[in-house]
Design a protein around this ligand. Structure first.
Ligand code: SF4
Length: 304
């Protein structure tokens, strides 16, 4: 039988053209947050636009394809590895840099022992980042299977999730998930959220953040700077303030990865830098996310 949250990821059905990237929006989220205004910042993030027919941009903007050895694991940065154990997301963001990613057809859990072996052999790895897709689309049972194996490796100190689920399907933050911090007290627990606009908040998400904080998760946010969605000072100020009032540290403001069919979201670097300077002038330093972009081959994010 499905858990409660698994029923809530049921997507709307729609016949609008998807430009090769399926429209996926949970029904409850659509009912609550989609608007009749095509230019609404929620609609623009999740509903396709005919601008996606443009072929400029790159299929694999971060040059990740083929670098996951063993399958399901990416080792891009020193000290941490990225696990991509699911390709599923509850929602499809139209600007996603993995919209063309050729996820392996086979279940990456088949490679779990190889993944664990790789991490075990490299004692410089102290953080395991669960990415995807959205790692909170995995059941608690599957996460527990991975945690049990990781818990045998003494050099792992931190578990981090990159997820939109607490904002899209807040019921995913259930008692069993929250209990992981008690089950594995040896680790620091981090959730890097992905919130781009203050309009994304609704009451259930706020409750989910309160539960996560109480359960000892450190909450960070990574936004993407998106043209006509959040590329103005007022929105960015309100976003940082809304994050802070929900216990979340504004961590990064990313420039768009130049992915094919999403280049209409790109904000030019000079505008991004100007907005960043204005944010610095308007907010205390702890509310100003670092403006950065990813450059393939670099061992860290590149600050702008
Ligand atoms: S939730 Fe993340 S991985 Fe999934 S579509 Fe959105 S940006 Fe891409």
């Amino acid at each position: 039988m499905n858990n409660d949250w698994q029923r809530h990821v049921q997507s709307i059905s729609t016949s609008i053209p998807d430009y090769g990237f399926k429209v996926k929006i949970p029904q409850a989220y659509a009912d609550q947050l989609l608007s009749s205004d095509d230019l609404d910042p929620i609609n623009l993030q999740f509903l396709p636009s005919k601008l996606e027919s443009s072929q400029t941009g790159l299929i694999d903007p971060l040059d990740e394809t083929g670098k996951d050895t063993p399958k399901g694991l990416l080792h891009k940065y020193p000290g941490r590895v990225l696990l991509t154990l699911t390709q599923a997301c509850a929602i499809h963001c139209r600007y996603c840099f993995r919209r063309h990613f050729p996820y392996q057809q086979e279940n990456p859990f088949k490679n779990l022992d190889d993944i664990i072996d790789y991490i075990n052999k490299d004692s410089s790895i102290h953080e395991v980042i669960f990415s995807g897709g959205d790692p909170l689309m995995l059941s608690n049972q599957k996460l527990c299977t991975v945690f049990n194996k990781l818990s045998m490796i003494a050099h792992i100190k931190t578990i981090r999730f990159h997820t939109r689920m607490p904002m899209i399907v807040p019921s995913r933050i259930d008692a069993d998930f929250l209990n992981f911090t008690h089950q594995y007290p040896q680790w620091q627990w981090v959730i890097a959220l992905h919130i781009n606009h203050p309009k994304e908040w609704f009451e259930e998400c706020q409750k989910a953040m309160t539960k996560l904080k109480a359960a000892r998760f450190t909450l960070l946010n990574q936004s993407v700077l998106l043209k006509n969605i959040n590329d103005n000072l007022d929105t960015l100020i309100h976003l940082s303030q809304s994050l802070w009032s929900n216990g979340i540290i504004p961590y990064y403001l990313h420039q768009l990865d130049p992915v094919k069919q999403a280049m209409h979201f790109k904000v030019h670097d000079h505008k991004a830098k100007s907005l960043y300077m204005q944010l610095q002038a308007a907010l205390p330093g702890y509310l100003v996310p670092k403006l950065a972009k990813e450059v393939p081959g670099m061992l860290h994010k590149t600050r702008l």
